[in-house]
Design a binder for this molecule. Structure first.
Ligand code: FMN
Ligand code: SF4
Length: 523
């Protein structure tokens, strides 16, 4: 009997939702029926979501991709020579040659979709643990300096320099310090954290262990949103295996250093993604924002100095330590160093994950990667950076994706999610949705957000109703946004005006007013 052929069928939640389990079973059964041995590996997703389930076959010339595959396609695929990479309507040729993947710069996602996410051997065979091993030979200050020099900024939204945050925790003496990973991933159109946790959980574990060694923290928590059961299961299994292999525990990699961690399921509110609210939730309380100062870096979880970072921030650390700060810093533009996993969602033909260096444009993402609208109609607006991000009209699609360039036009890159809309979108409704979202998700601690968002919905309803008061209501709305922008305690109330004002500024016709009248100050 010939040696088994390796076939990859993703275990990622997006692939599972499209029937990946049934496809994996069908492949095993068909192979058995034909006496053609296969080894089915359940990998992470390559991020080409419109092709899920994307099945790959290992051939002597490399992996060959087929997708989207359904269980009922499997017999015909075997007839076409699936196990030899044979031609078929669903075949996309060598996976690495698919333009969507080939044009990417995968640093943080280097292993996602390639390895078996739970295999310790696969992880180390593909460069895993090099960063942690190097960190264990360095002084804490050197590790922090390396992260600072890399230019890495928080990928959770605020883009705060990671090294500076770590330095504060390192410099805060305490009997106990913590590393907290923010995996609440509440932004609309985002899924990079989930894909990474399901597709390469060890890289997050390694990043957290490096953070622990750097700042003197011996324990970590990964706060994962409750809607991510597959990510939670993958992390729990990976943590158990890593502990058993001595990558975690009392003596990590035989270094005499201690670090361990556990997964906590989120409480199911958008505000629990805000770092201080998350800490409250981790402590078993309701997710309400804490006033700052004190910063979590000084008094965080249970009052102890705490590093709180997003999944992608922490998962980017191993490659920075393994390849050096300069290697990472060389990617990107201006003060936006490294790469970002952009997430393409909404009305696009080719939704998925694109890791690229900062500096490319929205137009490239929408058309070169996204393939334009799924509906075939012209694209009109793109919301970048989650539900609190601005809507960008076509005139802004050529601005380089760079934190500072986006801030200049009152937009934000945030967690790198973008949601595209075609020309059937009603921007007044989208503005109303932003205010309504804020009203529903507000933690209630401060007045501009708690009351302002409800008044905002009412004002937008009056504008929608039309009539002679419409322009006055628009001015009132601007005034209200101003108060929320300046007076809110956290970015939920402080940024909800971004989508509202961008909709008003760029699409005034949807509010029933001309551009000139929309911009007039209140009488
Ligand atoms: C309303 C709100 C929701 C947030 N949700 C998330 C989230 O889901 N995931 C995340 O990483 N950061 C989120 N943040 C940002 C965090 O407060 C914090 O900046 C981040 O965890 C810091 O990690 P980083 O420096 O690695 O980005 C949110 C902030 C606000 C104001
Ligand atoms: S802005 Fe909203 S969510 Fe943030 S503290 Fe105030 S009430 Fe809470």
């Amino acid at each position: 009997m010939s040696a088994p052929v390796t076939v990859y069928v993703p275990r990622d939640a997006a692939a599972l939702a499209m029937g990946a389990d049934a496809v994996a079973r069908a492949i095993e059964q068909e192979a058995q029926r034909r006496g053609q041995p296969v080894t089915v590996v359940r990998n992470g997703s390559r991020g080409l979501l419109w092709l899920e389930p994307l099945v790959e076959v290992a051939t002597p010339q490399g992996r060959v991709a087929y997708g989207p595959v359904q269980a009922e396609d499997v017999a015909a695929l075997f007839d076409a020579g699936l196990l030899q990479g044979g031609a078929h309507a669903l075949c996309h040729g060598p996976t690495e040659e698919i333009p969507y993947l080939k044009r990417q710069e995968r640093l943080t996602f280097a292993r996602v979709g390639i390895t078996d996410p739970l295999s310790l051997q696969d992880y180390t065979d593909h460069g895993g643990l090099q960063g942690l091993r190097r960190a264990l030979d360095m002084a804490p200050e050197q590790i922090v300096d390396e992260v600072t020099q890399s230019g890495l900024r928080g990928r959770g939204g605020a883009a705060f320099p990671t090294g500076i945050k770590w330095k504060t925790v390192l410099g805060s003496p305490a009997s106990q310090k913590y590393i907290v990973c923010n995996a609440d991933e509440g932004d609309s159109g985002t899924f990079a954290d989930r894909m990474l946790m399901e597709g390469d959980p060890y890289v997050l574990i390694e990043g957290m262990a490096i953070a622990g060694v750097a700042v003197g923290a011996t324990y970590g928590y990964i706060y994962v949103r409750s809607e991510y059961p597959h990510a939670i299961a993958a992390l729990q299994e990976a943590i158990a295996r890593a502990r058993q292999a001595g990558w975690l525990g009392e003596d990590i990699l035989g270094s005499g250093r201690r670090f361990d961690l556990e997964v906590r399921k989120g409480a199911g509110a958008y505000i629990c993604g805000e770092e201080t609210s998350l800490l409250e939730s981790l402590e078993g309380k309701r997710g309400v924002v804490r006033a700052k100062p004190p910063l979590p870096a000084v008094q965080g979880l249970f009052g102890k100095p705490t590093v709180i970072n997003n999944v992608i921030s922490l998962a980017s650390v191993p490659i920075i330590l393994a390849r050096g700060a300069a290697y990472y810093r060389d990617y990107g533009v201006g003060r936006s160093h490294g790469t970002l996993p952009f997430q393409l969602a909404g009305n696009l033909k080719q939704g998925g994950l694109v890791e690229k260096a900062f500096g490319l444009t929205l137009r490239e993402l929408l058309f070169d990667f996204g393939g334009g609208s799924a509906s075939g109609r012209p694209l009109r607006a793109v919301q970048v950076g989650g539900p609190l991000g601005a809507y960008l009209p076509e005139s802004q699609w050529d601005i380089p994706l760079d934190y500072e360039a986006y801030a200049k036009v009152a937009a934000m890159i945030g967690h790198g999610g973008l949601v595209a809309f075609d020309d059937t979108v009603d921007m007044l409704r989208m503005a109303r949705y932003a205010m309504e979202f804020c009203a529903i998700e507000s933690c209630g601690k401060c007045t501009p957000c708690r009351i302002g968002s409800t008044r905002g919905v009412e004002t937008l309803d009056k504008i929608a109703a039309g009539g002679p008061q419409r322009e006055q209501q628009v001015h009132l709305l601007r005034d209200l946004c101003d108060t929320m922008l300046g007076g809110s305690l956290c970015a939920l109330g402080g940024m909800a005006p971004y989508p509202v004002l961008s909709a008003l500024d760029h699409f005034p016709e949807d509010f029933g007013i001309s551009a000139a009248r929309a911009a007039e100050p209140a009488a």
